[in-house]
Design a protein around this ligand. Structure first.
Ligand SMILES: [Zn+2]
Length: 472
């Protein structure tokens, strides 16, 4: 073990010298004496020694008399602590702040804050938003759709030190339009009416090298499942021809089934209208489709509007305070309360009942898919009203636990499984603590395998080899 680690170390040390111009931290850091948890393999290593060179993990072993650290190394003594790969949230939207003004297509409060001002707020606060992810131990996120601005945001995040790694999709290819969200001719949602239009948009997006092409498969009376299918078919075929992966929002069983039959790589929501059937499970398995259950967002719109928001201690502590303050709907002037909020406030029990009915199906479906061996990746839809950038992930873990997933399964979903949604060179270097991976990790004060709630009991977070003590 030691010899192998040592020789790996030597190999990587050479690689590091060649690459040192790009390193963001210098020298060697050794984390000793902690318990290392690698959810991807399920392996737990006590008295672990993790050696970090620059932005990479160079060796992983166990403490012994002659083992590293060497003189001059920076040593982090993690005795009594638990070390995990950095968490990954596979479903966020940076073009949305999570505040009450962020979706004027859902509730129009533009007479209080215009959509232009809302977007300006988001752009002005992007460093703050990114830093909050690091505070929560989230070292990578997938932005599954927004305006073309998303690609600039991805570039900004990926050149910012205290920020998660960002993969991004551009505008959502949709059966419906949302003109309320369009600024400067850069809409986040584009209504596509013919397969040819879909192909053209994919070709335009391809120039930005998106990590995903995103389809927003909205089903309603005017848009039955079959009507949009030719567009789904054409968009996925063209994306795959261009070696681009496709993520689909589909919450009805038949829309989700159609998406997978057409080749969707990632489903970013749970099915909520029906319990999944064996044929659907088999289909996901055959296609190797990844599913992000995205549970927390289902409760947050309704609970916000009904003045029943159940933010967790993590969200209250680490969420943006301006965003959280805006969610108090009782502060909206009476003459400006939108109809949807009025209705919710008049009958909050009906709202909570609807949320419960959705969860009755979604949680059961998650358990079925997990038990069947489908790759489940954790995600929140952060940025939607009431779903807080960063700490929303801890509420997502709670809901996954309610569905019956074990702590190890939940940890897998936010590390090794989530890394698969990232894809490419970056995806291959995140989600595990192994030589050659990026030094992205979380050090916890207590054992998350005993209780998933402890995932927020954070001592320190490391991203790219740079350590951020929680207190800072
Ligand atoms: Zn979403």
């Amino acid at each position: 073990m030691k010899t192998r680690a040592a020789s790996l170390f030597a190999t990587l040390a050479i690689a590091f010298v060649a690459d040192s111009a790009h390193a963001t931290a210098s020298g060697t850091t050794v984390i000793t004496n902690g318990t290392l948890i690698n959810p991807g393999t399920g392996k737990v290593t006590e008295n672990a020694v993790i050696t970090i060179q620059g932005d990479h993990i160079s060796a992983v072993g166990q403490t012994s008399a002659t083992d590293i650290p060497k003189k001059g190394d920076r040593v982090i003594d993690a005795r009594g602590k638990f070390i995990l790969p950095g968490y990954i949230d596979t479903h966020v939207h940076f073009f949305q702040s999570g505040d009450i003004y962020t979706r004027p297509d859902a509730v129009d409060l533009t007479s209080i804050r215009s959509y232009k001002d809302e977007h300006a707020w988001i752009d002005r606060n992007k460093l703050d938003t990114l830093a909050r992810y690091i505070r929560c131990g989230i070292t990578s996120v997938v932005d599954v759709g927004g305006p073309m601005w998303n690609f600039a945001m991805r570039k900004f995040a990926n050149s910012t030190e205290k920020a998660p790694r960002v993969a991004a999709a551009g505008p959502l290819i949709s059966s419906v339009s949302r003109p309320q969200l369009e600024l400067n001719g850069d809409p986040p949602i584009v209504k596509i009416e013919t397969p040819e239009q879909g192909v053209q948009l994919v070709q335009k997006l391809a120039k930005e090298k998106p990590d995903y092409v995103k389809i927003w498969y909205i089903v309603n009376a005017e848009n039955p499942v079959e009507k949009f299918r030719p567009i789904v078919h054409a968009v996925i075929a063209e994306s795959h021809r261009l070696k681009l992966r496709v993520a689909v929002h589909a919450t009805e069983l038949e829309a989700a089934r159609t998406s997978v039959e057409e080749g969707a790589d990632l489903l970013v929501h749970s099915v909520t209208d029906k319990l999944v059937d064996d044929a659907f499970v088999k289909l996901l398995k055959e296609h190797g489709t990844i599913l992000t259950p995205t549970l927390v967002v289902f409760e947050r719109y309704g609970r916000t509007f009904a003045n029943k928001l159940n933010l967790t201690p993590e969200e209250k502590a680490w969420g943006n305070p301006e965003v959280i303050a805006s969610l108090d709907v009782t502060k909206i002037p009476a003459d400006k309360i939108p109809e949807r909020i009025k209705t919710a406030l008049a009958n909050p029990d009906a709202v909570l009942d609807r949320i419960q009915k959705t969860y009755d199906i979604a949680l059961k479906n998650l358990k079925t898919l997990q038990d069947a061996g489908i790759t489940i990746a954790a995600g929140t839809d952060a940025g939607n009203i009431g779903t807080i950038h960063g700490p929303a992930l801890f509420r997502e873990f709670q809901l996954m636990k309610e569905a019956g997933l074990t702590p190890m399964q939940i940890l897998q979903s936010t590390t090794a499984n989530a890394a698969k949604t990232f894809g490419g060179e970056t995806g291959a270097k995140i989600g595990a603590i192994e030589p050659g991976k990026f030094a992205d990790l979380v050090i916890l004060k207590s054992n998350p395998l005993d209780d998933i709630a402890r995932t927020s009991d954070i001592e320190a977070v490391m991203k790219n080899g740079i350590l951020y003590p929680a207190e800072k």
